[in-house]
Design a protein. Structure first.
Length: 253
């Protein structure tokens, strides 16, 4: 219990320090309160949104779009990444395609997604999926390449067939790097879903941000930004938990 309390305080102390400094610099007058309301005002708005259910309603929509897009993008990236990484002909065929399409700004594809899928959730989900696809694909390929060749040779010398080498040695060795890509993909998914909702969404956390900006609802704007930050913390804690379950041997804590 003492360790838990210590860890909780270690996480809370930086946040409380920033909030206190925020409150002070605005109250002193170093920053115009019209553009940056005091932290107490923003937190009061945050509490009001939470109590009314408005916050959960918008984030439920955002979380669903992000989760669906991430699941589609991650699944496709893992399947294709494993197929490419385990087959030299496929690697030779897909490497130029990945190199050519990866640098394309994914947000710029929204117009194409609107033409293909129309308005609503589909173009937002598609934008999240394509944005998360590449980080996870590249991390999968990198993870497969990072496995020590001596381990593979040792398994083969001990009589393991190709399937056993792949399942028992190659995939476990690549999993830590793949999970790092999953973390990156989760972060990208959150960034993209909010950005796209601000651009074309009619609901969700991003739409609330865009609405608050357009009508100069500054307290609502900052309260929603705080909510997105907290949502991001929960998301990363969840991915960390999954990583500890799937890759316990990589945990060095």
């Amino acid at each position: 219990m003492r360790n838990l309390l210590r860890a909780a305080w270690a996480n809370l102390f930086p946040i409380l320090t920033v909030l206190l400094l925020w409150e002070l610099v605005v109250r002193i007058g170093w920053i115009n309160a019209f553009f940056l309301p005091p932290a107490s005002v923003v937190l009061a708005k945050f509490a009001e949104m939470t109590g009314s259910g408005e916050l959960f309603a918008s984030f439920r929509i955002t979380a669903w779009r992000m989760t669906l897009g991430f699941a589609i993008g991650a699944s496709a990236a893992l399947v294709l990444g494993l197929a490419i990484g385990l087959s030299r002909p496929l690697l030779a065929f897909f490497s130029p395609l990945v190199a050519a399409t990866y640098p394309l700004p994914k947000i710029a594809l929204i117009s194409i997604f609107l033409v293909i899928f129309g308005i609503g959730d589909p173009p937002i989900v598609a934008a999240v999926a394509i944005s998360t696809f590449y980080p996870i694909l590249i991390s999968t390929l990198t993870g497969l390449k990072s496995v020590d060749p001596m381990l593979l040779k040792a398994a083969e010398d001990l009589g393991a067939n190709r399937y056993q080498v792949t399942v028992k040695v190659l995939l476990p060795g690549a999993l830590p790097v793949i999970m790092s890509g999953m973390k990156m993909g989760a972060a990208v998914a959150l960034i993209v879903v909010v950005a796209v909702e601000m651009y074309i969404g009619q609901s969700g956390a991003g739409h609330v941000l865009a609405w608050a900006t357009e009508f100069f609802k500054i307290d609502l704007l900052y309260a929603n930004v705080i909510a997105i930050g907290l949502f991001g913390i929960v998301l990363f804690k969840l991915v960390d938990f999954i990583e500890r379950l799937l890759v316990p041997w990589a945990n060095r804590d």
